[in-house]
Design a protein around this ligand. Structure first.
Ligand code: SF4
Length: 328
């Protein structure tokens, strides 16, 4: 491990000023992803800016009545078990509890979870020379390599990695808003615009600028809490990333679907939503044949590689099974 400086700012302004003046610095919150990357030699910060004293760990109702504000430093385990989350946003609680291990959830923060790097064996191991995400222009080892966990949607010929977060899939279905602060003041990004597809710049996972910091995540007031579901398929029953997952948030009244949001995890560089597929559910009665058509629309354009062809039928089954369970 390289030598580094460790600083612990007392307020947001000091933290932002430090990151501006130290380009190779990294913010430290839970450290559950940063330390992995550092130990592997993918990250080599010269300064650690420990932001744990910034007081951003609230879980509180928004003054607008009904919504929820979650501080960027709230721990995953605290969010997952908070009564406002379990009662109003069960899909978020389920997704958080499906992720990692209890020890990691106790340390990991909401802001860190949003910033989790995409998972790919070739990215995490610098002994592999080809990775456009780690070393732009060096090629993509996964394209013709072992690509069992890789993307089937939204990928480019530069990168086929997937976002590994469970929480972010639920946030996508809940249409969360990410609050950010930086040198130009505060801004709010919809979760749909926070994570990027790889395109020609796979080294960028998000639209967050290097001198900005996430401060909070806002959730809109829930319309219906009974028909929320997070369904995750993985290689083993705990401490494993999703091969495919789905966060489903339905509104149902008088036997008909009144609103539908479906986000898929494990299939793309970001949580995957298709508004046209969700619109197919508007005003219809829950029914397997309709759900199969919705799954086909969600997966339209899917493209698999040598080792991840199983993901296309698996994702279709996850969508249909998830919709049947959520609407029951
Ligand atoms: Fe790197 Fe992305 Fe290719 Fe993996 S899929 S080797 S992260 S460029």
């Amino acid at each position: 491990m390289n030598a580094f400086a460790y600083v612990r700012p007392k307020d947001l302004d000091s933290a932002l000023s430090l990151i501006r003046s130290t380009p190779k610095a990294r913010f430290l919150a839970g450290g559950t992803n940063l330390l992995d990357l550092w130990k592997m030699g993918v990250e080599q910060p010269d300064t650690l800016i420990d932001i744990n004293r910034l007081g951003l760990s609230q879980i509180a109702e928004l003054p607008d009545g009904g919504g929820l504000s979650i501080g960027a430093l709230a721990r995953n385990s605290d969010v997952a078990t908070h009564s406002l989350v379990t009662e109003r946003y069960p899909v978020l609680s389920q997704a958080l509890l499906a992720g990692a291990s209890p020890q990691l959830r106790n340390a990991a923060t909401v802001g860190g979870n949003l910033m989790q790097r995409t998972r790919c064996y070739y990215f995490y191991d610098p002994n592999f020379p080809c990775c456009n995400k780690r070393d732009p222009g060096s090629g993509c080892g996964a394209l013709n390599g072992f690509n069992r966990i890789h993307a089937i949607l939204g990928q480019s010929d530069q990168c086929i990695a997937t976002n590994p977060s469970d929480m972010c899939v639920a946030l996508a279905a809940l249409e969360a808003k990410i609050h950010i602060t930086g040198p130009s003041g505060e801004r709010v990004i919809a979760i749909a615009d926070f994570h990027r597809l790889p395109g020609e710049q796979p080294e960028l996972d998000t639209t967050l600028r290097p001198d900005e910091l996430i401060t909070a995540v806002d959730l809109p007031a829930p319309a219906d809490t009974k028909h929320n579901l997070y369904l995750k398929i993985r290689d083993r029953s705990s401490f494993a990333f999703a091969l495919v997952s789905a966060a489903i948030v339905l509104g149902i009244g008088e036997g008909q679907i009144t609103s539908a949001r479906i986000a898929l995890g494990g299939v793309a560089h970001k949580p995957w939503r298709v508004p046209e597929a969700e619109a197919m559910l508007q005003g219809v009665k829950p029914d397997r044949a309709t759900f199969e058509k919705v799954a086909d629309r969600l997966l339209q354009g899917a493209h698999a590689y040598r080792y991840n062809q199983y993901k296309i039928p698996l994702a279709r089954n996850v969508v249909v099974r998830g919709l049947l369970a959520a609407s029951a």
